[in-house]
Ligand binder design. Structure first.
Ligand SMILES: [Zn+2]
Ligand SMILES: [Zn+2]
Length: 167
């Protein structure tokens, strides 16, 4: 969904939608959408800038880094950002103030809403996500998921293995 910036005035506009994003837009290749993504964002003009406030929710299937099982990760989040036209950005003189470094730039007067939202979704997925604080992970010897069953590898072997991994 592309919004023409000329549509956005001081009164602002609100856009909301529910759709199914492409899984390939998720940074983590193991993740995929479990349900539709719903969002609502408001955009308000402030001279050259456009202030954005949004909220969104969805469920994503992510893979635990310890046991490698997929589980549902619920995202229900809000964000604020400032959009700034790329054409007015003066990078050559490094004139951007520090706070301006956090601006999101857009070009040709077009604001890509879905891109904005997907960036926020990706920011909400932890890099090393774990299914639960109690996840026991996989046995380092046989790969058994220790959350479900105990394997036959005895603990002394596990200790030796851990020791070897530290070297
Ligand atoms: Zn796990
Ligand atoms: Zn084992």
């Amino acid at each position: 969904m592309i919004i023409d910036e000329s549509r956005i005035d001081k009164k602002g506009i609100r856009v909301s939608d529910t759709y199914t994003p492409d899984d390939r837009l998720l940074l983590d290749g193991e993740s995929f959408f479990r349900k539709e993504l719903s969002f609502s964002i408001s955009m308000l003009r402030d001279s050259d800038k456009i202030k954005v406030a949004g909220s969104f929710k969805t469920d994503i299937s992510v893979r635990c880094v310890k046991c490698l099982e997929h589980f549902d990760f619920n995202i229900n989040s809000k964000f604020d950002s400032i959009l700034f036209p790329l054409s007015l950005a003066d990078f050559s003189y490094a004139s951007l103030k520090e706070e301006e470094m956090e601006y999101i730039f857009y070009s040709n007067g077009k604001i890509d809403i879905e891109k904005l939202i997907i960036e926020q979704v990706n920011l909400n997925i932890p890099l090393r996500v774990v299914c639960s604080d109690n996840c026991k992970g996989l046995c380092s010897m046989c790969g058994t998921n220790m959350n479900y069953e105990k394997c036959k590898c005895n603990s002394s072997i596990d200790e030796i293995n851990v020791f070897n991994n530290l070297k």
